[in-house]
Design a protein around this ligand. Structure first.
Ligand SMILES: [Zn+2]
Length: 231
């Protein structure tokens, strides 16, 4: 039997929540995550705008992110053509950074969506469908409501990364299925990702809560292409 979560007063606590930033026109992305969330004991909060439940949206979004443990940005092509969605994604990522909520950016493995997400903690290319709820590495990220990331074990496409551009330099964890179209989630430029291997410092972080700095290593030759290094 599943153990129930109780708060300090012994009352049944609400399930942990993840704030989902997305386009409502992206039904395929929604189905992918609905399947992963089902049965995980974690609630995905899909904020619908422009007809969201709380007006004004800025306050409603801020409250929802405050009550969430992480923000997932589910990138899709419709986001590119609607300027208001682009603005809301920037607004949401700014709030998440301000509240120390980790931001996970998800993009289809066969698609590049030109939406910058400042302050992303993780960048993951995802398959189109999933048949297993525990699909690596998504299962662990979702079951922890976005507060932990999975061990590198079992994958050579999961790594620490840093943007090569000196005017960006963002660090993030990454899961890349097609390196030829993977780009930095913050500046969205090509050839921008420098890979770290999973060293001992990285492994020590695996079962720790997020929001700790990633291992600090020097940036190498910015002209070389994105290469995944086996752990
Ligand atoms: Zn960058």
């Amino acid at each position: 039997m599943k153990r129930k979560r109780l708060n300090r007063d012994g009352e049944l606590a609400p399930p942990p929540t993840v704030f989902m930033a997305h386009s409502k026109e992206d039904s395929e992305g929604r189905e992918f995550f609905d399947r992963l969330f089902s049965g995980a004991g974690v609630r995905a909060y899909w904020y619908p705008y422009p007809e969201g439940p709380t007006i004004p949206h800025s306050k409603g979004i801020r409250r929802a992110i405050k009550e969430s443990s992480a923000v997932f940005v589910v990138l899709s092509k419709p986001m590119e053509v609607h300027p208001h969605i682009r603005s809301w994604v920037s607004f949401e990522s700014g709030i998440a950074v301000g509240l120390d909520r980790p931001i996970w950016v998800f993009e289809r493995f066969d698609e590049f969506v030109d939406i910058p997400v400042p302050g992303a903690f993780g960048y993951l290319q995802r398959p189109l469908t999933t048949t297993q709820l525990q699909t690596f590495p998504f299962g662990r990220i979702i079951s922890s409501a976005g507060t932990r990331y999975p061990p590198a074990e079992g994958s050579d496409v999961w790594f620490h990364a840093i943007c090569r551009h000196s005017d960006c330099g963002e660090r993030f964890v990454a899961y890349v299925l097609d390196a030829s179209i993977a780009r930095c989630p913050t500046c969205r430029r090509e050839g921008t990702i420098k890979i770290h291997t999973w060293d001992e410092r990285a492994m020590a972080l695996l079962d720790q809560p997020l929001l700790k700095p990633l291992p600090n290593q020097p940036v190498e030759d910015p002209s070389s292409p994105l290469i995944a290094v086996n752990p």
